[in-house]
Design a protein around this ligand. Sequence first.
Ligand code: PMP
Length: 432
Amino acid sequence: MTTQPDIEQLLAFDRQHIWHPYSPAVPAQPCHLVESARGVYIQLASGEKLIDGVSSWWAVIHGYNHPHINKAIVDQLHKFSHVMFAGLTHRAAISLTRNLLTLVPANLQHVFYSDSGSVAVEIAMKMALQYWHAMGRPPKCTFATVRSGYHGDTWHAMSVCDPQDGMHTIFNNRLTIQHFADEPHCRFGETWDARDLDSVEALLEQYGAELAAFIIEPIVQGAGGMRFYHPEYLKALAALCSRYEVLLIADEIATGFGRTGRMFACEWAGVQPDIMTVGKGLTGGYVPMAATLASAQVGAVISQNAPGIFIHGPTFMGNPIAAAAANASLELIMDSPIVANVACIEAQLKQGLMPARDNPAVADVRVLGAIGVIEMKEAVDREKLQALFIANGVWARPFGKLVYLMPALIMAPDELEKLIRGVMKGLSAYAP
Ligand code: PMP
C-alpha cells in the first residue's frame, strides 16, 4: 500500500520532470496518481474512486481492464510482441482488418495502420496528395476544411484545425495555408437549411482545381467545440466534393465505433468517404493505434502509377499487441448491442443534463449518442471545477466553456446516474 509521503514524493517528481498534455513543464498543480482502473472506475492512490466521465479522452469504450482485451494482449505477448510490417505480416493484423472492413463504409478497402490519430490524419493528407500526383494532376495539392474543426497536433493536422479559435494559433505563420469554409450552423436534429453550404460551395468553386481533399469530422466537431451538425451538411458536402473532384477525408477518430449512436458518424448521412481515419476507440483505448482507410479507387490509383508505392512506413506499423487489442475490441463491438446501449446512454444523458439549462451560468446543453455537453457562458476555472467533480466522485476534464461527458459505451444506467449526479452537484456548487 502506498503511503501518503510516498504519493507526495512520486507526484513531486512527476511535476518536476514529466511534461503532461497541454501543460507547462512544471505545472502549478500536480497530477492525480492512478493506482488502478477497472470497468468505468479510476482508483486514485489517494483513496478516491472516481467514475470516469471522459473514458480517457473518449477512447476506453469498453471500460478499463476488460477480460477479453486483456486476454488477447497476453496471448499475443506470448507469441511475439512486434515484428516489422514490411515484408512480414501476422494473424492479429489480418483478423483485425477482416473485422474492421465489415464495419466501415463498403467502398473502403485498404487499411494503413499507424500509432496515433494525428499521424493517421497526416497519412490521409499524404494519400490525397499522392493520389492527385498519380493522376497526373500535381497542382491539386492544398486542403480545405471547415472552421471549428480539430484534427490533431502534428504539423499538417494542425494546419486544418480551426485557425482562430483552435489551440494552434501561435503556429499559424509557420503552417501551410489551407482553405477554411464556415463551420456548419444547422444543428443536428433541427431544420435543414441548404444555405449552410454556401460558403463550402463558394470555396470549392474558387479553389477546386488546386484542392487535393476536403477534411472534416463527420457530424460532431469534437475538440474544436463539441458541436453537432446536420447530416444533410455532410451529405451535400460529399456531393459537392465529388462534383468538384476533391477527395473527401472523414476524420472518424473521435466519432468512430458507436460514439454518436451509429457505428461511424458518416452513416448518419449515408456518406462513403474516399479516405477515413480511425483511432482512439480502435484498440478499446488500450494501446496506441490508428488507421487510415482508403477506397479501392484511391488504393488503385496510388499503386498503379509512379512511384507505385505509398511513401510512408512507421517502425511500429501494425504492431501485433495493438492489433490483438483492437481485434478483441472489435469482437466486443460485434458481439454486443453497443449501438443500442449508446441510444440508452443518450436518453439518460438528455434527461439528466437538460436541467442544467436552468443554471444561469449555462449557455447551452446538448446531447448526441454518448456525448453530453454543457456549454457555459464563460470559460471555466478548470482546477476549481475539477476539484468539485472529484469531491463528488467524478473524473471529468472541462475545457474552455465546455463541460462534457463521453463515458465508456458500456456504462450501465446506475453508473451513468451516479456520473450525472456527481457532475450536476459539482456544477451547482461551482462559482467562478
Ligand atoms: N482527429 C480528431 C477528430 C480527434 O478528436 C483527435 C484527438 N482528439 C485527433 C484527430 C488526434 O488524435 P491523437 O490525439 O491520437 O493524435
